[in-house]
Each structure stands twice: as structure tokens, then as C-alpha cells.
Design a protein around this ligand. Structure first.
Ligand SMILES: [Zn+2]
Length: 332
């Protein structure tokens, strides 16, 4: 199983941390926690439709290296020397998380201070998978959600690109994002450089695999080919959920680990015979992971159901609320 985590985060029962000598122990524990967290692999979510729930994702190495160095998940920042900047290119925004030392400091900070409670969750819709005690968000407001969902089509999959546009619309509605705050889809051919926050690669099995090293680092060839599961029903898509520790959410079923999404990316696989409606289902599902949804639902009425049959094209209220509550939005 995979021992990402922070399974038992050190709770600072005394928020000031100065009431007793326990603060010293807390700091020691937090530092230890930090190293675990620092080297913990990000969570690849590869799915749709799994036949066996949690054990699908091959266990990443959990032994932290002994040398202190920036997290090994540095994005492909030097991937493409040919930045074909799309016309939709927005004004440059410095993504501090892309700078290893900054990311390292953020992780250190979060590891020491991030175990504090950041809020209470009233609904919980993710109970399947090892990452089911995690929940991510882009900020404290839904307006922090990236406005551009970058899409690169490695083939000629206009149907899938359109499905992503429709999925974006579904999540715009679900998170009450409109006007300038609404997510939109922009396609790219070169690498979107430092401005990307979320991107999806679209292509068939071989196209995805041959571009894996540059565009989908962190995802394995086996995952992209669906060899970790039933070959007749291979994964329809997946997301590599790059994020930092944020703090702890409380919930009646136990604490959840808050994650601040930084630059998740994923893919949607072209399949012969798959319908537009099915692609839309997959896109809504994968976009949810990129928006912060870790784990899966155990309810077959949800698009986030772990054994998603690809039939649904609308989110249930319960799963909408799973993410709405993070941004302080009124629940439905
Ligand atoms: Zn999934």
C-alpha cells in the first residue's frame, strides 16, 4: 500500500504552541513530518474505470532519500525549447511553486505550521483509495481556481477537446464561476511554459506513452497503457495531482489532509468507439481531480465513483458540495 502521508499528522493542540514543553516535541515531530512530506511522491490518480479499487496505482517508493534536496517532482520546466505561445496566452504569472527552492521552503513552512486546523468539512464524498483522506483546493476562494485549462491534442480528437470544454462548463456551474472567473479551455502545441496551472494531454495509448517523459512525468507507461488493470477496460484518463500540504480539515469521520493544488496535469485517452458523452464523463471526472478531488466516491450515482461506468454527464449535488465547501460556497 502506499504510505504517502502524514497519516498521523501532529496536531498542535495548543495553537500558540507555547503552553508547555509539548511544543518542543511538536516541532520535532513536525520536522520529521516535513521530511516524510518532502519526499513523499505526489499522488497519481489513474482511473476510470478500475475493476479493483485502491491497489490499482502501483506503489511509489516511500523511502525518503537521506539527502536534503528540493522535492523531486520538479515539473518539466525545461521541457520544450520551442514555446509555441498560443494566442490565448495570458499575461505572465510567476508560479512560485515551480521554483524548487521556493517550493522547498513552502513545503517546510507547511510541514511545521500546516498541521493546524484550517476548517471543518460538513460533507465527505471520497472514501475510496489510499488518498481518500486528502482534499485539495486552489485557494480559499473559488476565484483562485485557474482560469485556463490547457489542452494539447496529440492526434485529431476534436470530440475529446469539445468534451473537455463541456466538462469545464459543468464545473464552472458547480463552483459558481462565471464571467472573468470562469474557466476556459485553451489549446496549445508547444509547452505552455510557466503559466500553466492545469493541463490535459489528449491522445491514443501510444501517443501518450511516447510523450510521457516530457508531458506526463510521474505517470508510468503501465498506467498510460492500462496494464495495471483489466486490459479490456483500461483507464480512460488520469491526473497527477501536484500539490503542497496546506493544513488539516476536521470532519466527523476523521481529519482530512488539506492540499493546496499547484500544477496538476493529466490525460484523456482516445478510445475507438467511445462516445462524446462518455468522453464528457471522463473529462468531468479528471477535471475534478485537478480541482482538488483526491480519492473516489463509493456511490455509483457519482461521476467520481471509483468504478465509473462512463454513463453520467452531470455531477450529483453531494459531489458538487464535496468541493464547494472548501471555498465557503453555499451547499446545494
Ligand atoms: Zn478518478
Amino acid at each position: 500500500m502506499y504510505a504517502y502521508c502524514n497519516g498521523n499528522p501532529v496536531m498542535l493542540v495548543d495553537p500558540s504552541g507555547m503552553a508547555s514543553f509539548s511544543w518542543l516535541k511538536n516541532i520535532a515531530n513536525n520536522v520529521a513530518n516535513f521530511f516524510k512530506n518532502l519526499f513523499a511522491p505526489k499522488l497519481p490518480v489513474v482511473n476510470l474505470p478500475p475493476t479493483t479499487p485502491p491497489s490499482v496505482v502501483s506503489p511509489p517508493p516511500t523511502t525518503p532519500p537521506s539527502v536534503v534536496s528540493p522535492p523531486p517532482t520538479t515539473p518539466p520546466s525545461v521541457v520544450s525549447p520551442s514555446p509555441t505561445t498560443p494566442p490565448e496566452y495570458v499575461s505572465p504569472v510567476i508560479d512560485w511553486n515551480r521554483i524548487p527552492i521556493i517550493s522547498w521552503i513552502i513545503n517546510l513552512w507547511n510541514s511545521i505550521f500546516g498541521s493546524k486546523t484550517i476548517g471543518a468539512l460538513s460533507v465527505w464524498r471520497a472514501t475510496v483509495d489510499n488518498s481518500s483522506n486528502y482534499i485539495g483546493r486552489w485557494g480559499t476562494s473559488a476565484t483562485n481556481v485557474p482560469r485556463i485549462i490547457w489542452v494539447r491534442d496529440l492526434g485529431s480528437n476534436a470530440t475529446i477537446v469539445q468534451a473537455i470544454r463541456e466538462a469545464v462548463a459543468v464545473w464552472n456551474t458547480a463552483l459558481s464561476l462565471s464571467g472573468n472567473n470562469a474557466m476556459t479551455v485553451s489549446t496549445f502545441t508547444g509547452f505552455p511554459l510557466s503559466t500553466y496551472k492545469i493541463y490535459f494531454i489528449v491522445g491514443d495509448e501510444n501517443q501518450l506513452v511516447s510523450n510521457r517523459a516530457t508531458l506526463l512525468p510521474g505517470l508510468t507507461e503501465r498506467q498510460l497503457r492500462g496494464q495495471d488493470r483489466d486490459p479490456i477496460r483500461p483507464y480512460a484518463g488520469g491526473v497527477y495531482q501536484v500539490s503542497n500540504a496546506e493544513g488539516t480539515w476536521t470532519h466527523s469521520t476523521g481529519n482530512k489532509n488539506g492540499r493546496r493544488m499547484t500544477r496538476p496535469y493529466g490525460y484523456i485517452r482516445e478510445h475507438t468507439g467511445r462516445t462524446a458523452s462518455q468522453y464528457k464523463n471522463v473529462a468531468i471526472h479528471e477535471l475534478a481531480h485537478a480541482l482538488g478531488w483526491f480519492g473516489h466516491s463509493n456511490n455509483s450515482a457519482d461521476i467520481m465513483y471509483w468504478d465509473n461506468p462512463l454513463t453520467l454527464t452531470q455531477l450529483s449535488n453531494a459531489e458538487v458540495n464535496h468541493l464547494r465547501q472548501l471555498y465557503g460556497l453555499t451547499l446545494r
